[in-house]
Ligand binder design. Structure first.
Ligand code: KAL
Length: 257
């Protein structure tokens, strides 16, 4: 417990199970003394989360349902959170989705619907969440989302998600400008490959892991806890001068040609 986030109310969106990046972030925030509020879409994720919270002795967390594809659901979720905790000091956005059919083969074959779905859930959701959250971020604070190298470079199979992450990273910059005057900072972490439920079943994931061990300056993978600590930093006062930034937590892989 380092106390960095004592008394801070932080909303964590996107815990599906114990392998979720959002769960690594939740643990870092909890250890730093934050009061956590979780949002889930699916009842199944909520059940898993309740079990995780019990196992880890994290008590008194608020669990709110939120479908990020629905503006009314986002507004209702933040209203409920605002009503219960008063002030929100931070938001962790760790949500993405693309149709599995769009995550292999050629990007040029992406359908209009598939493209819009990936943008809707993985990129627009940050805009809508920021708009609702800021109403309750009256003391300033931080918003952090999760990205991946495929936003910057062509990564095989990432396809429609790479384009969605590029839009997400650009959104981070535009949002940072909008909410900066209110003392709210918006940043992204660009994490190296982490084996999560979301990555399960998509082809080429294991290859991505072995290339990291071979080529990244640190010659090892990163894990959920490392993303958690970097996100904690960005949400905390330690990063009070940082906004509109994409911080790579990838063993340095992105600097290697
Ligand atoms: C190049 C990499 C290899 C994998 C390629 C694509 C990964 C895309 C991520 C995207 C978010 C995955 C999905 O949307 C999967 C979805 O179609 C099916 N899965 C689900 O519905 C599960 C149950 C739920 C929990 O998943 C979601 N998303 O709701 C990229 C690798 C190296 C890095 C990764 C995995 C990046 C990333 O964006 O996650």
């Amino acid at each position: 417990m380092n106390g960095l986030m004592n008394g801070k109310n932080i909303v964590v969106m996107g815990v599906a199970n114990n392998r979720s990046i959002a769960w690594g972030i939740a643990k870092s925030l909890h250890n730093a003394g934050a009061n956590l509020i979780f949002t889930n879409r699916q009842e199944r994720s909520k059940k898993k989360l309740e079990k995780l919270l019990n196992e880890n002795d994290i008590n008194d967390s608020l669990l709110v349902s939120c479908d990020v594809s629905d503006d009314a659901s986002i507004a209702a979720a933040f209203e409920e959170i605002g009503e219960k905790v008063g002030v929100i000091h931070g938001v962790v956005h760790s949500v993405a989705f693309a149709d599995r059919d769009d995550l292999n083969g050629d990007f040029v074959d992406t359908s209009r619907d598939g493209y819009l779905l990936a943008q809707d859930i993985s990129s627009y959701s940050l805009v809508a969440v920021t708009r609702e959250a800021r109403k309750f971020m009256t003391e300033g604070g931080g918003i952090v989302t999760q990205s991946y190298l495929g936003a910057e470079k062509v990564v095989k199979n990432y396809n429609v998600m790479g384009v969605a992450k590029a839009a997400l990273e650009a959104s981070v910059r535009y949002l940072a400008e909008d909410v900066g005057p209110a003392g709210i900072r918006v940043n992204a972490v660009s994490a190296g490959p982490v084996r999560t439920l979301s990555a399960k079943g998509v082809s080429g994931f294991s290859d991505k892991l072995s290339i990291i061990e071979e080529k990244a300056p640190l010659r090892r993978h990163i894990d959920q806890d490392q993303v958690g600590d970097a996100t904690l930093f960005l949400l905390s006062e330690m990063a009070r001068g940082v906004t509109g930034e994409v911080l790579h937590v990838d063993s340095g892989f992105h600097i290697i040609a």
